[in-house]
Write a protein that binds this ligand. Structure first.
Ligand code: NAD
Ligand code: SER
Length: 320
């Protein structure tokens, strides 16, 4: 049972993961014990559910003030620039993804925070990594600035743990699919857009080729993985860089077939753009046996189960 005296700061709470993770943390720790924060305005889904502060993770002084003022004991850092947006502005992506993390790790050390959560990504893997069941430890030569920043970040986390004892934990998320909050500029965003386009317009122009397999995960599994890792006893955490976790693996053609079970006249066109090269550099599936051994990770959703849930919930959203 988690300690109810914890006070949590979520940075990047208005984003795709932030909204759902904030709500899940509020359920676990109590609404007032989870402070949502972001550079942009509070996501409407969070309105009235708990405290919100406007915060720039790059402003270390202001971040430090908030941590002290709010008696924060744990930080979940979600602010980042993702793969596709990162390639448009590599300097900005490197700067935010690195400096934001270093600011948080420094404050965690200085204030003896109990725990820090920071997500990495399957984007750490590059063209020389194994494509199928990519292992926890393998050749890692990322080709995007996003992947480079995530891999460097993993080693900063490991360093702060080894050198200063900061209890920082991390997951290499696959592409995440959700219906509550929109995705923020990743290569896997097609697998989110395709569902709403199927419902609204019955057609979708896909920016990846039909046979591009990528590791993916439904948001409820990603939130559960995060909470399970953060609630695990420290002695069971053997990886202080970042854990591989797997959900499912599919191609645009397969997700189309899955949607057509419910919307038979749904059609898709393929117009690959610059995101194809990013997708081609990543593995098609992930081996998560280390996460399974250390803290019991097991996904619940496959493609068929996710498609039904996505379409049901998006249809309800449209009706509301
Ligand atoms: P997102 O883009 O949807 O959300 C990021 C949030 O951070 C946004 O609300 C943004 O306003 C905020 N932000 C940006 N700059 C900030 C700053 N300077 N100070 C404070 N807030 C700032 O991203 P997401 O998909 O929710 O991703 C969250 C984390 O998970 C990121 O580290 C990302 O790399 C990682 N991740 C995401 C996925 C995915 O598929 N969504 C996959 C792998 C890893
Ligand atoms: N979904 C993310 C992206 O495509 C993976 O980290 O950038």
């Amino acid at each position: 049972m988690p300690n109810r005296k914890e006070k949590i700061l979520v940075i990047g709470a208005s984003g795709q993961i932030g909204v759902e993770l904030t709500m899940a943390l509020r359920k676990q720790y109590g609404n007032n014990n989870v402070v949502a924060s972001d550079l942009r305005e509070e996501n409407p889904l969070l309105h009235g559910t708990g405290p919100y502060v406007s915060l720039d993770v790059m402003n270390k002084e202001m971040l430090h003030v908030q941590v002290i003022r709010q008696n924060i004991t744990q930080i979940y850092l979600l602010a980042a620039i993702l793969s596709a947006t990162g390639e448009k502005n590599p300097n900005l992506a490197w700067h935010l993804n690195m400096q934001g993390l270093l600011n948080v790790l420094d404050i965690a050390r200085e204030e003896n925070l109990h725990k820090v959560y920071w997500p990495s990504s399957i984007a750490v893997f590059g063209p020389t990594s194994p494509k199928i069941n990519c292992p926890q430890k393998t050749v890692i030569e990322p080709s995007t600035v996003y992947g480079i920043s995530k891999y460097a970040g993993e080693f900063w986390c490991n360093y702060y743990h080894q050198r200063f004892g900061v209890d920082v934990r991390s997951i290499r998320y696959p592409g995440l699919i959700s219906y509550k909050s929109a995705p923020g500029g990743g290569t896997t965003d097609y697998a989110v857009e395709i569902y709403s386009e199927a419902l609204d317009n019955k057609k979708y122009n896909c920016f990846l080729k039909e046979d591009t397999y990528l590791p993916m995960m439904y948001m409820p599994d990603a939130i559960r993985a995060t909470l399970e890792l953060m609630n695990a006893p420290a002695k069971s955490i053997s990886v202080r860089t970042s854990y591989n976790v797997a959900g499912m693996s599919f191609s645009p053609k397969e997700i189309t077939n899955s949607i057509q079970q419910y919307i038979p006249d749904f059609t898709i066109n393929y117009k690959p753009d610059s995101r194809q090269a990013i997708a081609d550099s990543w593995p098609q599936s992930i081996d998560d046996s280390v996460a399974n051994n250390d803290w019991g990770w097991k996904p619940e959703f496959d493609l068929a189960k996710m498609t039904k849930d996505m379409l049901d919930n998006l249809a309800l959203k449209t009706e509301a």
